[in-house]
Design a protein around this ligand. Structure first.
Ligand code: HDD
Length: 685
């Protein structure tokens, strides 16, 4: 029986529709369907008397409310998700029999959740942290979950250490501080005493850990997986998601301020992009390795603290994911979605990476407590779009009414149904890797080099990225109270780069490392630097700082060029309402200098004008501009804003477009915005 993989990408949406309830179209009832006549006053013995037990509506409403929280995810509690589809560009038939990867053009519904790792459910979003990147593909052969991060390596090599890592990074147990931050004693104590973390910590201290947007970060499956084709031949594979908008980051000072100005910055960005029709695109890439090449590298391909340099093993782009639909209900969809790296389809298999092996246990286990029992697969968001049948029964919240006398296998009463499927009919058969070995609790010697790739990463960074890493180490280790832990952490990173560690030592007040040998790795991988990423103006946010009697001749062509290039423009003034230009053009104010802040925008255009409170307006605009300047952002100013600009710190230099009167497509402006940040601006001059 051949399956049709040309799935309608709407299949998941259609399935979800059968569960949607539009309460707002109906009268109120109890959960038993009884119409309710009163929802303001509980049933009392007299208007001033006690509430009566028989008020079943009060009891039901209150009981439900009392139980409406579930445990947050033990990690990745703070996140946001969207629906979309995945489309194949190139058949992977040669490598895998996975049905959804066979034919170019095949579309599969997906649900993708991005998250930060350490913070709790209500934490701010632009913290320094890895970001989760979990994709559920609803294929015709069952759900396939690619549960990755925006960093291609991990802190530890063996899953048994995961509880230790997470205990160390989460708020400290005696005072529950700090929230959503790795800048504290226990994290750095863990790092210094578990040096396998070196490579990932380098990424964590880099700009990668403060992404500008969920839409502007890469995703990685991290582990080595296997593709298996219909001949039973296997390739090792690593998965990559490449954002069409490129990988871009915030500045640390900006990230911290955003956490106050808009703690929902990343989810708002994702939500609004989709609402505005700016659908979010990531291309899926694979690195493929023949089995015979398993031992060809100077690292172990099973070690999750190692990446495969793209220059050595190219990333083949095989398809594209487009996120194009926001959820209807955050709890029902995002909170109840259950990902699991063990959810695979025929043609995708595991490797012996000991981190992956442990994850295969942990995810179902965590859902049992988080979602309250073994039937979480029946929740609408988790249901496969293909049928599912087995002899599993009962348990809390069971919804399926399994009909029939038998629920065991083998049986004769039901003709041995549901029966297993042979491989040729789509039955999953584990890859028959030959394994030999003694039962030992040990780490392979091939996993013991912790610093070469940490240095490869360092070697690959631009000067600006290196500066940011040194500043991040200085901040984080500077927040550690125990001087001994500070010293251990600094010493550890002298293995990566002595000069870097010496600068950090100086900043955090410990002695420079002496007895440490820096890694001799001399290679670099240009693909690891965000300097080499895609730079486009699309969806960049621009604030226009403006008041009445503005220069309409400057504004109009500017707006046109910016909007044509796909930017989102906000008119920001001292108060809401309409502004009128010198020549009579009018413009509506979108935000005020009170409701928004410089850190919430990618770029500024200063137009100025006559404000009601001119002095205050000028001072607020100067603050706005100065922040953007210190955050290396593109700033343009209209000729009439010259006086206003003189009140700011801004000096001519990279990304500063004074007297900007856009004409035509405004190439210079568009290019500046696409450039993202001008790191070569000397902000202290
Ligand atoms: Fe994990 C959640 C990614 C190692 C145990 N993990 C979780 C999520 C992501 C990752 C993206 C959030 C899924 C969602 O949005 O619901 N985890 C990773 C990556 C890892 C990794 C890329 C290393 C390569 N994780 C890892 C290990 C263990 C776990 C080694 C335990 C052995 N992870 C969990 C968990 C979570 C989880 C406790 C918490 C909530 C959940 O699973 O559903 O089971």
């Amino acid at each position: 029986m051949k399956k049709d993989h040309q799935v309608n990408e709407e299949s998941k949406n259609k399935q979800l529709e059968t569960f949607r309830a539009r309460d707002y179209e109906h009268s109120m009832t109890t959960n038993q369907g009884l119409k309710i006549s009163e929802d303001e006053h509980s049933l009392k013995a007299g208007t001033r008397g006690p509430t009566l037990m028989e008020d079943f509506h009060f009891r039901e409403k209150m009981t439900h409310f009392d139980h409406e929280r579930i445990p947050e995810r033990v990690v990745h509690a703070r996140g946001f998700a969207a629906h979309g589809e995945f489309e194949v560009y190139e058949s992977m038939k040669k490598y895998t029999k996975a049905g959804f990867l066979q034919e170019p053009g095949t579309k599969t519904p997906v649900f993708t959740r991005f998250s930060s790792v350490a913070g709790s459910k209500g934490s701010a979003e632009t913290v320094r942290d890895a970001r989760g990147f979990a994709v559920k593909f609803y294929t015709q052969e069952g759900n396939y979950d690619l549960v990755g991060n925006n960093i291609p390596v991990f802190f530890i090599q063996d899953a048994i250490k995961f509880p230790d890592l997470i205990h160390a990074v989460k708020p400290e147990p005696h005072n529950e501080m700090p929230q959503a931050a790795s800048a504290h004693d226990t994290f750095w104590d863990f790092v210094a005493n578990n040096q396998e973390s070196a490579h990932m910590v380098m990424w964590q201290m880099s700009d990668r850990a403060i992404p500008r947007s969920f839409r502007m970060m890469e995703g990685f499956g991290v582990h080595t997986y296997r593709f298996v084709n219909d001949q039973g031949e296997a390739h090792f594979v690593k998965f990559h998601w490449k954002p069409k908008l490129g990988a871009h980051s915030l500045v640390w000072d900006e990230a911290q301020k955003i956490n106050g100005k808009d703690p929902d910055f990343h989810r708002r960005d994702l939500w609004e992009s989709i609402e505005n029709g700016n659908f979010v695109e990531f291309e899926l890439g694979v690195q493929l390795l023949e089995e015979k090449d398993e031992f060809k590298f100077d690292f172990d391909i099973l070690d999750p603290t190692k990446l495969w340099p793209e220059e050595d093993i190219p990333v083949k782009i095989i398809g594209k994911m487009t996120l194009n639909r926001n959820v209807d209900n955050v709890f029902a969809e995002m909170e109840q979605v259950a990902f699991h790296p063990g959810s695979v389809v025929p043609g995708i298999d595991f490797s012996n990476d000991p981190l992956l092996q442990g994850r295969l246990f942990s995810y179902t286990d965590t859902q049992l407590i988080r979602l309250g029992g073994p039937n979480f697969h029946e929740l609408p968001i988790n249901r496969p779009v293909c049928p599912f049948h087995n002899n599993q029964r009962d348990g809390y919240g069971r919804q399926t009414i399994n009909v029939g006398q038998t629920h065991y296998h083998n049986n004769s009463l039901s003709n041995n149904k549901p029966d297993t499927a042979p491989e040729e009919d789509g039955g999953y058969v584990h890859y028959q890797e030959k394994v030999e070995g003694r039962k030992v609790q040990a780490r392979s010697d091939s996993f013991k080099d912790h610093f070469s790739q940490a240095r490869l990463f360092w070697n690959s960074m631009s000067d600006a990225e290196k500066e940011h890493i040194i500043a991040a180490f200085s901040f984080e280790i500077g927040k550690v109270n125990d001087m001994n832990v500070r010293k251990q952490a600094v010493d550890m990173f002298a293995n990566v780069d002595m000069n870097m560690a010496t600068q950090v030592a100086d900043a955090v007040g410990v002695e420079a490392p002496t007895d440490v040998t820096q890694s001799s790795e001399s290679k670099s991988s240009p693909a690891l630097s965000q300097e080499n990423t895609a730079k486009v103006p699309d969806t960049r946010t621009v604030a226009v700082l403006i008041a009445d009697q503005f220069d309409d001749e400057a504004l109009e062509p500017f707006l046109k060029a910016s909007l044509d290039a796909g930017m989102t423009v906000n008119i920001v003034s001292e108060k809401f309402g309409k502004l009128t230009g010198k020549n009579g053009a009018t413009v509506d104010v979108d935000e005020t200098l009170l409701t928004v802040h410089s850190v919430l925008y990618d770029a500024l255009y200063v137009v100025g004008g006559q404000a009601k409170q001119q002095q205050k307006f000028d001072a607020d605009v100067a603050d706005f501009v100065n922040e953007a300047y210190m955050h290396f952002k593109p700033i343009g100013s209209a000729p009439a804003a010259e006086g206003l600009m003189e009140k700011t710190k801004v000096k001519p230099g990279p990304g500063i477009l004074m007297d900007l009167k856009v004409s035509g497509e405004g190439e210079q402006w568009v290019e500046a915005v696409a450039h993202h940040r001008f790191w070569d601006r000397n902000i202290y001059a």
